[in-house]
Design a protein around this ligand. Sequence first.
Ligand SMILES: [Zn+2]
Length: 139
Amino acid sequence: MASTELNEAIALARAGKNGEAQARLHALIQKEPGNIAAWLWAATTWPTTAEKIRVLEACQKRNPGSPQVDDALARLRAQLADDVTAAIYPPGPALDAAQAAAKGEIVMKQCPKCGGQLTVATNALSLRCPHCGATLTIL
Ligand SMILES: [Zn+2]
């Protein structure tokens, strides 16, 4: 009863029990690698965008040409650009932006489109401006 298993896993994910939901979804995917809904829900149980992308890339390999998966991946990849700074500098007193800037690990830039202030990791290749949504390539 795959749909029951999936529904139970979704209920766990919605209840915030991501670990349990993840274990069930991954077991379901082992049995049914073509179950796109199970893959998409499995991706939501991972905390970071990079991990969600990793799950969906594995899904795409097994289910090439699924527009749902392609769409979800495209959205996550756009999101990843936004997450770059946050991922490298998680909030915390020891890792505040000013310190990182002093060490040359991030730079403050102005968005060329809207003039909004951006905090950019020096190893970032691109990001999306949180103010106007423009996608910027860092040179
Ligand atoms: Zn902007």
